[in-house]
Design a protein around this ligand. Structure first.
Ligand SMILES: C[C@H](NC(=O)O)C(=O)O
Ligand SMILES: [Zn+2]
Length: 589
């Protein structure tokens, strides 16, 4: 009926106009809190959140009253109105919403200000102190002390708050017609309840490669730390992988390097010797995007971004990218350190900014990723090209490139230490959280469920005994107190190889996939841009088809990328007499 359609067009146009201003104000208040943690800024943020909740509720209820049945509307208005009908925490009454905001703001502050006092009296924060210690220390006991200290300082204090948060979050999701918040979060993937089955199937295809990598790294750690601390048939102690959460293992590449004496794969020394600073790192990343024909950063970006950790106040250091919904104000918040890990992170965050810019003319409900995993994949896709020895050499961050199989294995292993190592971790955070939101995992089992997933999926075991009545290790991983969903990263780590493969093909790349550098390829840029500008205006399967020619998530590109390494790892583990996997489940270091 044309009149209903024209009403819907007017309604959604008004929504986008009004929402832009409301979202700008609430984003700015959240930015002010995260870049200046204080009671005053928390209250200001919560006050703005109450206003945006009132706005969301007003439009949501109007949408439900005026468009009870959207099935007859054209796709754009149908999708927008279906989205406007979801109120989220705006379903909560003022008392519950204030409690919810205090809980989430408080948990984020606890995480961002937690410190560990070392035996020598040093008081270490997470960023940059403990991050650097976990990356560079090779002292078993120093690592264990820092690991134990962090999990106690960041996780334990929020165990009770998290339970209260879950109750309120579920209350809001149930009001929207979902079983719980986990079901709400999974609905963003528009897979008719099949998201978990789909990621489980993707993991089943990749688990063999992970298990081979795990066995090879375990052998190298055995050679380093000895049989008192490493059991070749058991899970690996969690504090030895170069990362506070053992989520990515690139920082211990030096312990596992297959062939020494080859050109390095780490640009950090060159960056430091060439006097790189945060600004130079950001400009290097922007230049790559522009070389593809994509947008440069706006003036507001350079004026408002937080590049480094301030010295005069507490901030949320975990890197993030922000859209202020006015088509020009986009920002990154990051406590940048001059090293290759942060250069890659800058590409990751700038990928978010590029996506914001490419869909800035979409109506507000469509200013999001085709699915949240797509948003996480943009920057990483470009970083796959930037990381190649060929590219690093081209921009002067690697002295020479050796074209031989051994150097290639070194490179692929260093990539696997970040990309393959991550997969079970990317899966398990929301496996844990979905089970908490559904009620399958009550507070008494928070820690037990976490430890079981860490052991079964990652083959990782805590270095010290856990106490299920006080420990709350999930709370010591940013995305849990910050309430940021996580399956998006698992999805990203699969689809980024599909995007990379498509852009490499578009750039005319010949030869092994992992050698592809599509730097300056306008064809590759155009391929990506056609997907980015859609935002969430179409189901992600449509966007996937735009960029890859097929509508499905697939591990084939990732498996092709790593295929030389897969064979090498199998051969190496055979030579070492190591059986991939971990059967001594009850072993403890
Ligand atoms: C992989 C994920 N990235 C991010 O938060 O941007 C993390 O750091 O845990
Ligand atoms: Zn991200």
């Amino acid at each position: 009926r044309a009149d209903l359609q024209s009403e819907a067009v007017a309604f959604t146009a008004n929504y986008s106009t009004d929402a832009a201003e409301v979202y700008y104000n609430s984003s700015l208040a959240a930015w002010n809190y995260q870049t200046g943690i204080s009671e005053e800024n928390l209250n200001a943020m919560n006050a703005e959140n109450v206003k945006s909740a009132a706005f969301t509720k007003m439009y949501g209820e109007q949408a439900k009253a005026e468009f009870p049945d959207t099935s007859k509307l054209e796709e754009s208005e149908r999708r927008q109105i279906d989205s406007i009908k979801i109120l989220g925490t705006a379903n909560l009454n003022e008392a519950d919403l204030n409690q919810y905001n205090d809980l989430t703001g408080g948990m984020e502050a606890t995480y961002s200000t937690a410190t560990v006092t070392m035996p020598d009296g040093r008081v270490l924060n997470l960023d940059p102190d403990l991050t650097a210690l976990m990356a560079t220390s090779r002292d078993y006991n120093e690592l264990k002390y820092a690991w134990k200290g962090w999990y106690e300082a960041a996780g334990r204090p929020i165990r009770d708050d998290y339970e209260s948060f879950v109750t309120l979050s579920n209350k809001a999701s149930v009001a929207d017609g979902f079983a719980d918040t986990g079901e709400y979060w999974r609905s963003w993937y528009e897979m008719n309840g099949q998201l978990e089955a789909t990621v489980d199937a993707l993991w089943a295809e990749l688990q063999p490669l992970y298990t081979e990598l795990h066995a090879y790294v375990r052998r190298k750690l055995y050679e380093k730390y000895g049989s008192n601390y490493i059991n070749l048939k058991a899970p690996i102690p969690a504090h030895l992988l170069g990362n506070m959460w053992a989520q990515q293992w690139g920082n211990i590449y030096d312990l596992v390097e297959p062939y020494s004496g080859k050109t390095g794969v780490d640009a950090t020394p060159a960056m430091q010797s060439q006097g790189y600073d945060a600004m130079k790192m950001f400009k290097t990343s922007e230049e790559f995007f522009v070389s593809l024909g994509l947008d440069k950063m706006t003036d507001e970006f350079w004026a408002n971004t937080m590049f480094v950790k301030p010295t005069d106040r507490d901030v949320v250091c975990h890197a993030s990218a922000w859209d202020f919904y006015n088509k020009v104000d986009f920002r990154i918040k990051m406590c940048t350190v001059v090293n290759m890990e942060d250069l890659i992170t800058i590409h990751h965050e700038m990928g978010h900014i590029q996506y914001y810019q490419q869909y800035k003319d979409q109506p507000i409900p469509f200013r999001g990723g085709a699915n949240p995993g797509f948003h996480e994949a943009v920057g990483d896709t470009l970083a796959l090209s930037v990381s190649t020895p060929k590219h690093l050499n081209k921009i002067g961050l690697l002295d020479e490139v050796e074209e031989d199989d051994e150097a290639d294995i070194n490179y692929l292993l260093s990539q696997a230490m970040d990309k393959i190592a991550f997969l079970p971790f990317g899966l398990m955070i929301d496996k844990w959280r979905w089970s908490v939101f559904s009620g399958d995992t009550p507070k008494a089992k928070y820690q037990e469920k976490w430890d079981q997933l860490r052991k079964d999926l990652q083959g990782i075991t805590p270095p010290v005994e856990r106490d299920g009545t006080t420990d709350f290790d999930p709370g010591a991983k940013y995305h849990v107190p910050a309430n940021t969903p996580y399956i998006r990263y698992f999805v990203s780590f699969v689809v980024q190889f599909q995007f990379y493969q498509s852009m490499c093909n578009a750039s005319g790349h010949q030869g092994p996939l992992y050698k592809c550098d599509f730097y300056q390829s306008k064809e590759a840029g155009a391929k990506l841009q056609k997907m980015l500008e859609l935002g969430s205006s179409k189901p992600w399967q449509f966007a996937m088809n735009e960029i890859t020619g097929s509508a499905d998530m697939s591990t084939l590109a990732l498996q092709e990328y790593f295929s030389p390494l897969t064979a090498w790892l199998k051969q190496k583990n055979l030579e070492n007499g190591d059986t991939p996997g971990w059967t001594d489940m009850d072993w403890r270091p």
